[in-house]
Structure formats: structure tokens, C-alpha cells
Ligand binder design. Structure first.
Ligand SMILES: [Fe+2]
Length: 351
């Protein structure tokens, strides 16, 4: 058995890219954990590719999954050793959760924000929602502040189930915060909180498949969004965000996972950002931790998983990178109207 044979087997019937390194990443994760959710997280292989690799490892006698655990067989362990693969190391800093920053002055709003978020609308599948932990939202705001993208600036948030607008406005530093949001429950919730707390947030109900309202285009210093991860959906969010920016020096923030995006997709996204006139100024992997959403056993990848255990709400496995882009030229965006489903592509796993 060789890596090449395993990857060829994994590719049979697969509609997503799978490379030999993905098999290595999966084996390293399996050497570190027997739990499906930990293996997904540690491997950094897109879920729809990983399930193909796991099947190939089982078919070749290297892996077994009786009893809800993913267990390398003696042959599997010998194979990993022969390939000189060690268990995946996760060396996350215990102080900052691996984000590399502290909350700084945002510390002062932690309690208030958590009280508000306790009454938030639950994530629903209709809009591919799945919100990040409150700690993550607060770290996002601290990060924007530290980069000069918040204090005295005008911020637009495109889709806000993470309540970034509220946390940002609670710091009393941005000049203005605008939210474009499709979900009526969130529109109402954010408006109510803004009124009650006296926050400078304006919420506009808007379907991002439609181009930006004219009075929003080219007006902002900063955008924040956590896009859906189909390539089309991601580019749509990025287009809207960049189109909302004033020009050179303005910044945007986006989230991007490994769970639903191969490096092929990352490359397409990076090409799009560069062509739009932006540069990836910073990328912090695994900055965002997501609370498990209630429709996990109805998500696209669920029937493909080798074992079916619903993870606890705070058993974090879905994470995404924080990407900060800054406009250098232009920006050059041709705003288009999008039709139909923007959530699905072959790598989509949690829609
Ligand atoms: Fe740290």
C-alpha cells in the first residue's frame, strides 16, 4: 500500500480535490485523536474530502470505526510510521486561545455583551447561520480596534448573526455602524438592542444577492463579514464588502475555513481579492470558534460521516481564519446580481 494508492482510491467518486498531503494530514490527526470532531478540526482537510480519505483508509484495512471511535488498525499504525508521520501537534497559546491578541479595552464590555447575547435568536439553516462564540466576537472587535479600523471609523457589517455590530458599538468608538441583514429576527433584535442601549447602529434589511443600496456604496472605512463558503457565495460577500469601502487604506475582514474550503478554493479567493485591488494584509488561522448549531444532524456532510455523534454545543470543532484585507488600488468591483442558491458547492459541508 502506498500513499498514491490511497489517494487514488479516495478520489473515486469524489467531486472535491484530494491530494496526497490530505491523506498525510488525516493520518496525523488520527494518530492524535479517535474522535470524529477532533479529527476534522486537527486534520484541516475539508470535510467532504476527509470523508473520502477515511473511507479509503477503511477499505485498505488501515482504519476501523467500530463503537463510534476512529481507530487506526495495527496496519494503519505501521503505515503511518513507515511514512514518517507523527501525531498532529496543536500548540495553541493558553492565554489568547491562539489568536495572538488580548481584549485590551474591550474587556470592559464583556459582561454587557454576554448579557445581551444571551437573548439572541438561535441559528437557522435557511441562511446558513452558525454563530461564533461571544469571546470570538469580542476578539474580532479588539482586533479591528488595534488595527485602526474601528476608532472614529464607519463600519459596515454584512450579515450579523455574530452580533459584531453590537459589540463594536458598545465600545463607543466607531462613528457609525451599519448592518445589512436578511433575517427579520436579527434585524429586530439588533434594532431593539441599539435603541435600548443608545448605540449608533443602523440596520437595513437586505438580501446580499442584490447589489448594495446606492447610498452605501463607497462610503465605509471598514467592512466585516463571515461569508458562506461556497466559492460563489464567498465572492459575493467579498464583492459587496469591498464595494462598500471608500478606497485605498480602507479595510475588510472575512472568515474562511478549512472545513469547507480546499486550498484550491483559497487560491481562487486570494486571486479574486488581489484582482479587486485589495491585499491580504493579515491572516490568523483558527481565530474564530463556532458554537455548534442546532441543525448539525441535517447538515450536508452528516450522512457522509463515518460515525454519527452529535457534539455538545460548546465542543468546538468548526473554526475559521480571520482575514484582514486592505484596499491598495481602486477598488475594482463590478457589482452583480446573484440568482438562486448561494450556499452550495461540492465542498459545502455545513449548509
Ligand atoms: Fe497568546
Amino acid at each position: 500500500m502506498t500513499l498514491k494508492e490511497i489517494v487514488e482510491r479516495a478520489r473515486q467518486g469524489a467531486k472535491v480535490p484530494i491530494v496526497e498531503r490530505d491523506v498525510e494530514r488525516a493520518l496525523s490527526a488520527l494518530l492524535a485523536s479517535e474522535d470524529i470532531w477532533r479529527v476534522i478540526d486537527l486534520s484541516q482537510v475539508p470535510v467532504m474530502a476527509l470523508v473520502q480519505v477515511l473511507s479509503a483508509l477503511k477499505d485498505t484495512g488501515l482504519l476501523d470505526w467500530d463503537g463510534g471511535r476512529l481507530v487506526l488498525t495495527p496496519d494503519g499504525k505501521r503505515f503511518a510510521e513507515a511514512e514518517e508521520l507523527g501525531p498532529r501537534l496543536e500548540l495553541k497559546c493558553p492565554h489568547c486561545g491562539g489568536r495572538g491578541t488580548t481584549l485590551g479595552p474591550v474587556e470592559e464590555i464583556v459582561e454587557k455583551f454576554k448579557d445581551i447575547a444571551a437573548n439572541r435568536p438561535e441559528a437557522i439553516q435557511d441562511y446558513d447561520q452558525g454563530y461564533v462564540t461571544e469571546e470570538t466576537t469580542l476578539h474580532r472587535v479588539a482586533f479591528m480596534w488595534s488595527r485602526g479600523d474601528l476608532y472614529g471609523k464607519e463600519l459596515i457589517v454584512l450579515g450579523d448573526d455574530d452580533l459584531v455590530s453590537i459589540a463594536a458599538a458598545l465600545t463607543r468608538t466607531p462613528k457609525k455602524v451599519v448592518v445589512l441583514e436578511i433575517d427579520q429576527r436579527l434585524v429586530d433584535f439588533i434594532r431593539d438592542v441599539a435603541a435600548k442601549e443608545g448605540l449608533p447602529i443602523e440596520v437595513v434589511q437586505h438580501d446580499l444577492r442584490e447589489p448594495l443600496p446606492a447610498n452605501i456604496r463607497g462610503k465605509f472605512d471598514t467592512f466585516f463579514c463571515d461569508p458562506t463558503e461556497s466559492l460563489r457565495g464567498f465572492v459575493m460577500f467579498a464583492e459587496r464588502g469591498i464595494a462598500a469601502l471608500r478606497g485605498p487604506g480602507a479595510a475588510g475582514y472575512l472568515g474562511l475555513t478549512h472545513c469547507e474550503a480546499s486550498y484550491d478554493k483559497w487560491r481562487e479567493i486570494q486571486r479574486f481579492l488581489l484582482d479587486a485591488g485589495a491585499v491580504i494584509a493579515e491572516l490568523r488561522d483558527a481565530f474564530h470558534d463556532y458554537v455548534n448549531w442546532p441543525y448539525i444532524d441535517h447538515m450536508r456532510s452528516w450522512p457522509h460521516l463515518p460515525v454519527h455523534r452529535i457534539p455538545g454545543r460548546d465542543e468546538i470543532w468548526y473554526r475559521s481564519a480571520l482575514i484582514r484585507v486592505e484596499v491598495v488600488k481602486g477598488p475594482a468591483i463590478e457589482e452583480r446580481r446573484y440568482e438562486g442558491d448561494i450556499f452550495a458547492d461540492e465542498e459545502a459541508a455545513t449548509t
